[in-house]
Design a protein around this ligand. Structure first.
Ligand SMILES: O=C(O)CCC(=O)C(=O)O
Length: 231
């Protein structure tokens, strides 16, 4: 009962942060979080290990392992050409189902009503997952997710330490933006008019990973996306 009606969730209700951008606190329960952390540890064993991508010659502080398609700044490829040339693992079916339930949690059971605005063609079918690991010093600068051809929503899941997530506007890296504290288990979905909003992780909150989430320190973020690419 405590877990179902904990003060935490009552204080952190689902919220539309901007049109098409929805924050669903506590979407993943602790068992699901720990299970996803165990999968992350498997993915990290390869064939392609987590790596810090280089943006304009500078290594990001976040380490990323990709499924479905390998992302590097401005390009998706099947092989991790900037790591070891190996082909990345497939997106598992359960992850597609997870993406669909995230879309339903964010937009309601009938995303059909939203389909046109969200540029959803049929059911949400993410074909890539970028799985980021943040240590306590890691962060991610203001950017847009625009390497995908598809403009279907991005589904983002957080596990482990909390972070400050900055969600801005589609025009500039600057204000207006809002700073939110994403906690372990939170879902954030941005699609439709917010699909190209600038966003960032400005700081980590070490020591906040809840017991039972599977991570003692650091943060895992999983973003699911439809690339719209063939082949
Ligand atoms: O870690 C997060 O919450 C955001 C990740 C992100 O912005 C990205 O992968 O493009």
């Amino acid at each position: 009962m405590d877990a179902l009606f904990g003060d935490d969730l009552l204080e952190r209700p689902r919220r539309e942060v901007a049109p098409g951008a929805v924050w669903v606190p506590g979407f993943l329960d602790p068992t699901q979080q720990a299970w996803l952390v165990a999968r992350f540890r498997e993915w990290a064993e390869g064939p392609v290990p987590p790596r810090a991508a280089k943006v304009r010659g500078h290594e990001m502080s976040v380490k990323t392992v990709c499924l479905g398609w390998h992302w590097r700044p401005y390009a998706y490829t099947r092989e991790a050409v900037d790591v070891n040339g190996r082909e990345v693992l497939d997106v598992p079916d359960w992850m597609v189902r997870l993406g669909r339930s995230a879309i339903a949690a964010a937009y309601g059971d009938d995303p059909g009503e939203w389909s046109e605005t969200l540029r959803l063609e049929g059911d949400y079918t993410p074909d890539t997952a970028l799985v980021n690991f943040y240590d306590e010093a890691a962060r991610m600068g203001m950017h847009q997710d625009r390497d995908e051809v598809s403009r279907a929503p991005v589904v983002s899941l957080s596990i482990g330490d909390s972070c400050t997530f900055r969600f801005g506007n589609t025009e500039t890296r600057n204000k207006p933006y809002e700073d939110l504290v994403l906690e372990s288990g939170d879902l954030f979905v941005f699609g439709g008019p917010s699909r190209l909003a600038y966003h960032a992780v400005t700081r980590m909150h070490p020591g906040t990973a809840p017991p039972g989430c599977g991570l003692e320190a650091g943060r895992i973020n999983i973003t699911l996306r439809e690339t719209g690419l063939d082949g």
